[in-house]
Design a protein around this ligand. Structure first.
Ligand code: ADP
Ligand code: MG
Length: 699
C-alpha cells in the first residue's frame, strides 16, 4: 500500500460530502444537500458556487480538464474532455469553470445510438448534472456524472430512466410506509454488484484476433484440464494476479469505490470483485468505473481483463450478481424481517411486492439482461436458467405457506400466524440454504438477481426491478388506503398475493430439465432463451403501460431502446461471424495447409528411404485433416452466404431471428471442425495460442 493509509487514500479523488462540507459555505452546502436528498431544484447561484469550489479542488488535485461523464446506450461510458483554460489579457491562461458548464453540456451526439429518437441532422443531445452521484477525478480530468437526453427531453442514456425508476419506487414505498405510521424523507434502493472477470496474458491476447475483435474466443479445443477439479475456486491468488488486485483496489478506493471482497472464481483465470453496496445510481456509476479501471490496471500488469460473458467455451462464463434492497433515509432496510409483529407485517408486504413484481414482469427482468454475450450463459448449466423464478429458502417459504393456508407455522416457534396481531412469530433470516441455481434469491435482507452478464450495465435490470416493485406497491397502496380495517385488509392482501403468485416461487434445482418442463408446462412461466426471443417483449402492451404509468419511459423511448438492443445483438454476432471467416481463411486453413505439406513431404521422404515404413500416423492424420479442410471450406462458405443473406433483411427483429436461427448454428458448425483440426495438428503449426496457454499461463 506504500506510505498512504487506506483511510487517507479512500475517496481522495472524489468531490464527496467531506469535501463539500469543508469547502462550501454552510448555505450552499445545505441547499446542495437538499437537492441530493430530496430531489430539490437547483438554482444558478448554488451551481456557480459549487462549480467554483469544484474547479479549485480539481486543479489542486492535478486536473486540467473536465468532462460530463455519461452512459449512452452503447453500454459503456462516454466522455468528451474540455480543458479549464481560458485566455487572459496578459497572454496567459486562467482556469475557468462556470455553473453553466457544471449543470449542462452539449456533446455532439450524432454518433451515439438513439434508435431513431433524434434525427441525425439534429445531432445535439445535452447532458445534465446528476448531483446525487459525486464528481471525481480520473486521468487528470474532473468527471461530472450526468444524464444524457435529446433536445426534446427524451432519454438517450441508462441513467435517466434509472433515476426515474428510483423516484417511482420512492413515491409508492412512502405511501405504504405512511399506512404503517411512518413518515420518511425517502426510500432508496441499494445495490451491491459482484463482478466476475477473466485475466489473461496480454501477449497471448494480442495473438488471438477473436479476442481482440469480439472479446471472446470463437475457436479453441478444450485443454486436457478445465475446471473439473474445482481447484481454482477460492484458491490461493497467484502473485501476478495479486499485484493486479492490490493496484486495482487502490485505484478504486481513490475513486471512493468500496471494493471489498476479491477471490478466484470457478474457471481457471477467473476472478471476482465485490464492493460494499451503495445507492443504486451511485452503484451503477461505480460499477461502470470499476469495469473501466479493471481493464486499465490489467494492461499495466501486462494482462488483459476480459469482461465478456463467455470468453471460453467449456469453462464457466462470467456474470454479475445484483444484490438489491430498499431502505429509508433512516437506514431501515425494508427487506429485513423485524422484531415485532407490526414490523414483520410490513416486511411481508414489501416481500410480496417483490414476488409479485418478479412474477408480473418476468419478461422485463429477463430482457434487461439479454445480450448476445449473455445468451451463451443463461440456461447453460453454469448460470441460472433463462426462466425467472424466486428462491425464498425453506423458512420463509413455510411461513408464506402457513399464511396462505391459514395453518399454524410449523417452524421453530410453532405459532399460528396472523398478521398485525401479536401472534406473529419472530423468524430468523434464512442464510443457511443458499441456492446457487436460482436467478432471483432472497438472501436474508436483500434479493440477489443472478442473471446479469459480466459486461451488462446494472442500470437496465434495476430500472425494471424498481419500476415493477413500484407498480406492486402502488396497487397495494391504492387498496389499503381505502380500507376500513387496515389490519384485516393487510392480512387479506398478503394472503391473496401469495396465492396468486405462488407459481414464481421455486426452491429447487434450477439447472434440472424437470424444472424447465414444470416451469413452462405446469406453471406457465416464460422461458425466453435468447435475446431475439426476449427483447421484443419490451413493447408488450402490459409492459409499456406499466413503465409509462410510472414515468420511467415514454413510448418512443421504449421503441428506440428495443431497436437499439436488437441492433446491438445483430452487430455483435455479425462481427463475430466476420471474424470467424477472416480467421479461417487467413489463419486456420493456411496453417493446416502448411502442416499437411509437412506430413506429405515427410511421408514421401520416408517412403523413398525405406520401402518398409507404413507411415500410418502421417497418412491417417493427413487424410482426416484434408477431409476437415474440405468441410471447413464448405462451412465457411455457408457462413458467408448467411452474412450476405442478412444484408437483404430490412427489419431488425427479423434480422435478429435470422441470426439466431441461421447464422449462429452455422458458426457453431464451423467451429466444431476447426477445433477438431486443432486436436490433430501440431501445437507448433497452430496459428493462435491454445486454450491451455490462455487459461494457465498467468502466475
Ligand atoms: P455472496 O455470498 O453472494 O458473496 P455477500 O453477503 O458477500 O454475498 O454480499 C454480496 C454483495 O451484497 C456485497 O456487494 C454486499 O455489499 C451486498 N449487500 C449486502 N447487504 C446488502 C443490502 N442490504 N442491499 C444491497 N446489497 C447488499
Ligand atoms: Mg452472490
Amino acid at each position: 500500500m506504500g506510505k498512504v493509509g487506506v483511510p487517507e487514500l479512500f475517496g481522495s479523488m472524489v468531490f464527496d460530502d467531506r469535501v463539500m462540507r469543508a469547502r462550501l459555505s454552510a448555505k450552499v452546502y445545505d441547499s446542495l444537500r437538499r437537492i441530493i436528498d430530496e430531489n430539490g431544484q437547483l438554482d444558478e447561484g448554488v451551481a456557480e458556487a459549487v462549480a467554483k469550489e469544484m474547479r479549485d479542488w480539481a486543479v489542486e488535485n492535478g486536473a486540467t480538464h473536465f468532462t460530463h461523464w455519461f452512459q449512452p446506450l452503447t453500454g459503456v461510458t462516454a466522455e468528451k474532455h474540455d480543458s479549464f483554460i481560458s485566455p487572459s489579457p496578459d497572454g496567459g491562461v486562467i482556469m475557468e469553470f462556470s455553473g453553466k458548464e457544471l449543470i449542462k453540456g452539449e456533446p455532439d451526439a450524432s454518433s451515439f445510438p438513439s434508435g431513431g429518437l433524434r434525427a441525425t441532422f439534429e445531432a445535439r443531445g445535452y447532458t445534465a448534472w446528476d448531483p446525487t452521484s459525486y464528481a471525481f477525478i480520473k486521468d487528470h480530468t474532473l468527471c461530472i456524472p450526468t444524464a444524457f437526453c435529446s433536445y426534446s427531453g427524451e432519454a438517450l442514456d441508462k441513467k435517466t430512466p434509472l433515476l426515474r425508476s428510483m423516484q417511482a419506487l420512492d413515491r409508492q414505498a412512502k405511501r405504504i410506509l405512511k399506512l404503517f405510521g411512518k413518515e420518511v424523507k425517502y426510500v432508496r434502493t441499494s445495490v451491491g454488484p459482484e463482478q466476475e472477470y477473466f485475466l489473461i496474458d496480454a501477449e497471448m491476447y494480442q495473438k488471438r484476433p477473436d479476442l481482440v475483435y469480439t472479446g471472446r474466443t470463437l475457436f479453441g479445443a478444450m485443454p486436457p484440464k478445465g475446471q473439473e477439479l474445482d481447484d481454482h475456486y477460492f484458491g490461493v491468488i497467484k502473485p501476478r494476479v495479486n499485484a493486479f488486485m492490490e493496484d486495482l483496489n487502490s485505484e478504486l478506493w481513490k475513486l471512493g469505490i468500496l471494493a471489498k471482497t476479491e477471490h478466484n472464481e470457478v474457471a481457471p483465470a477467473q476472478h471476482e470483485l465485490a464492493p460494499i453496496y451503495s445507492t443504486t445510481n451511485v452503484a451503477t456509476d461505480n460499477n461502470q468505473l470499476t469495469m473501466e479501471i479493471m481493464q486499465k490496471v490489467a494492461r499495466k500488469h501486462g494482462l488483459v481483463c476480459l469482461l465478456h460473458e463467455k470468453p471460453f467455451a467449456g469453462v464457466n462464463g462470467s456474470g454479475k450478481h445484483n444484490n438489491w434492497s430498499m431502505a429509508t433515509d433512516k437506514g431501515s432496510n425494508l427487506l429485513s424481517p423485524g422484531d415485532t409483529p407490526h414490523e414483520n407485517a410490513q416486511f411481508l408486504l414489501f416481500l410480496c411486492a417483490v414476488i409479485q413484481a418478479v412474477d408480473d414482469y418476468q419478461d422485463l427482468l429477463r430482457l434487461a439482461v439479454a445480450t448476445a454475450g449473455n445468451d451463451h450463459r443463461l440456461g447453460a448449466n453454469e448460470a441460472p436458467p433463462a426462466i425467472i423464478s424466486v428462491f425464498l429458502g425453506d423458512e420463509l417459504s413455510a411461513i408464506l405457506e402457513a399464511i396462505k393456508n391459514d395453518t399454524p407455522y410449523q417452524g421453530r416457534e410453532k405459532e399460528f400466524i396472523k398478521l398485525g396481531v401479536d401472534s406473529l412469530p419472530k423468524f430468523s433470516r434464512d442464510t443457511t440454504d443458499r441456492n446457487r441455481t436460482s436467478p432471483f434469491a432472497f438472501t436474508g435482507n436483500k434479493f440477489e438477481f443472478r442473471s446479469l452478464g459480466s459486461s451488462n450495465s446494472i442500470a437496465c435490470c434495476n430500472i425494471m426491478l424498481n419500476a415493477a416493485v413500484a407498480e406492486s406497491l402502488k396497487q397495494y397502496a391504492d387498496r389499503l388506503e381505502g380500507a376500513a380495517d387496515f389490519e384485516s385488509a393487510l392480512h387479506e392482501l398478503i394472503k391473496e398475493t401469495i396465492t396468486k403468485h405462488q407459481r414464481i416461487l421455486f426452491n429447487g434445482n434450477g439447472y434440472g430439465d424437470e424444472w424447465i418442463e414444470e416451469a413452462t408446462k405446469v406453471r406457465g412461466l416464460s422461458n425466453l432463451k435468447t435475446t431475439p426471443d426476449a427483447m421484443p417483449h419490451l413493447l408488450d402492451e402490459k409492459n409499456k403501460k406499466m413503465l409509462m404509468a410510472h414515468k420511467v419511459f415514454t413510448e418512443s423511448e421504449l421503441e428506440s431502446r428495443c431497436e437499439i438492443m436488437l441492433e446491438n445483438y445483430c452487430k455483435t454476432v455479425t462481427i463475430e461471424a466476420h471474424t470467424m471467416v477472416d480467421m479461417v481463411r487467413k489463419d486456420y486453413l493456411p496453417a493446416i495447409e502448411d502442416y499437411l505439406y509437412k506430413l506429405a513431404k515427410t511421408t514421401s521422404l520416408m517412403k523413398s528411404v525405406s520401402g518398409n515404413v507404413k507411415c500410418n500416423y502421417e497418412i491417417s492424420t493427413m487424410e482426416r485433416l484434408s477431409e476437415l479442410t474440405d468441410y471447413i471450406l464448405e462451412r465457411v462458405k455457408d457462413l458467408e452466404k448467411s452474412l450476405a443473406d442478412l444484408k437483404d433483411i430490412d427489419s431488425v427483429v427479423r434480422s435478429s431471428e435470422f441470426i439466431r436461427d441461421d447464422m449462429i448454428p452455422k458458426m457453431e458448425h464451423l467451429r466444431k471442425h476447426v477445433d477438431e483440426a486443432e486436436m490433430l495438428a501440431s501445437e507448433e503449426c497452430w496459428p493462435v495460442p491454445s486454450y491451455g496457454k490462455l487459461l494457465f499461463s498467468v502466475y
